[in-house]
Design a binder for this molecule. Sequence first.
Ligand code: BG6
Length: 296
Amino acid sequence: VLCKGINGLDKVVLRGTRGSSAEVYLYGGHLTSWKNDHGEELLFLSSKATFKPPKAIRGGIPICFPQFGSHGSLEQHGFARNRFWVIDNDPPPFPTNISNKAFVDLILKPSEEDMKIWPYSFEYRLRIALGPGGDLLLTSRIRNTNSDWKPFSFTFAYHTYFSVSDISEVRVEGLETLDYLDNLQNKGRFTEQGDALTFESEVDKIYLSTPTKIAILDHEKKRTFVLRKDGLPDAVVWNPWDKKAKAMTDFGDDEYKHMLCVEAAAVEKPIILKPGEEWKGRLELSTVPSSYCSGQ
Ligand code: BG6
């Protein structure tokens, strides 16, 4: 269903069979809400998010493309998150083995203005699907549509803001012992210790070549988020903590306690596409009761 969201911006609402739902704004191709069968919100969205272009929406799942972070000449996290996407009303069907999903396909193509800052022609198809069990599936297909010889390279992230009850009670499993780059320290590679990650200060790390499955355990909620990713070797973990939170105008001073970004990403090794080639990056999000997943 297409309807008007905050500030009259268009949004699509997807409804699962048993009460789950998802909302995506055409502005940014940006998921702002994902609710389970009990109507509980699973994504963090700041109470101060502005919904005013050209600023990206603070929370949900911004799409970072064609550049993650500030590693390049483009604006921070690229421009996909502050462009208007369009709905494909005649999308290709799902493969038959994953039917029974509510889904929408959004398309982004560069405008003439975009091509002045990033001189490549591409078609980006973002499929957002809600499974019968309330799981969320995001599939990005990016195609190089240059008619000449021009290849392009890009970095990417699904900048997912998870809603958590209390950041100091949260654990992330699946990233221990891995190498990472640290945005808060000078250049270099670091190695994570053997324990699951816990949080007691600002964190802004890019874990490299991670397993495809990562779990976020929220003890207070007795809920575990499970991320499964494909085509996205890296994972960014970010929480601004108190000082950076205060410095952001579209983020409440204490909201850092109730969010954690774990972002399926391709950062260290840019993806290179020749004309006609397509890249696919998938992210599947689901939840399970904590006791079930703990220790796996
Ligand atoms: C994270 C980056 O992914 O996004 C951080 O690693 C950055 O360095 C954060 O601060 C938020 O970025 P922005 O542009 O949405 O404020």
